[in-house]
Design a protein around this ligand. Structure first.
Ligand SMILES: [Zn+2]
Length: 166
């Protein structure tokens, strides 16, 4: 198999900090100082107010499930070996909506609005020096791994059924 895996993102100079942070287990967003909003995917200017006063900031890694689709067939490598998987859109705690994959949650347990937490997964062929690998953010059950004030309060059940954090 010589084709480039379809799941590998393009990494360029602008998005390099995002991927480097992901490899270290941190999810970054672009935050606009002019209108105080975060956005995703990363852009060099704010998509809300067009300001260029936009910087990287670390996201809490918390999100809620907006929608999902269980993919049972995908002929593009490497997905064919991975089906079924859960392609999802999540609402990040900071506001932006993000396309991702939900891992570690049985299909029948998926619920709109359920609390999720970022996890990271290495993708791509492992080269001799490992540099072909890109680490992508995925979302799974809340286990207190993410940064943020709720990290200490989620011990016990994997989900907070009350949603009492507001
Ligand atoms: Zn803005």
């Amino acid at each position: 198999m010589t084709a480039t895996p379809a799941n590998l993102p393009d990494v360029d100079a602008f998005t390099r900090p995002y991927w480097d942070a992901a490899a270290e287990g941190r999810l970054l967003l672009r935050h606009c100082a002019a209108c105080d909003r975060a956005h995703h995917y990363p852009r060099e200017f704010c998509p809300y107010c067009w300001s260029e006063d936009v910087r990287w900031e670390r996201a809490s890694g918390r999100a809620t499930l907006y929608t999902w689709s269980v993919v049972h067939r995908n002929d593009l490598p490497p997905f064919g070996d991975r089906v079924p998987y859960v392609a999802a859109v999540v609402d990040l705690a900071e506001g932006p909506r993000m396309m991702t994959e939900v891992v570690g949650v049985p299909e029948e347990d998926l619920r709109i609005g359920m609390e999720l937490e970022v996890a990271f997964r290495a993708e791509g062929p492992e080269g001799p020096d490992g540099d072909a690998t890109v680490t992508v953010p995925v979302f799974g059950p809340v286990v207190g791994r993410a940064a943020g004030p709720a990290a200490g309060s989620v011990a016990g059940s994997p989900f907070d059924p009350v949603g009492s954090d507001r």
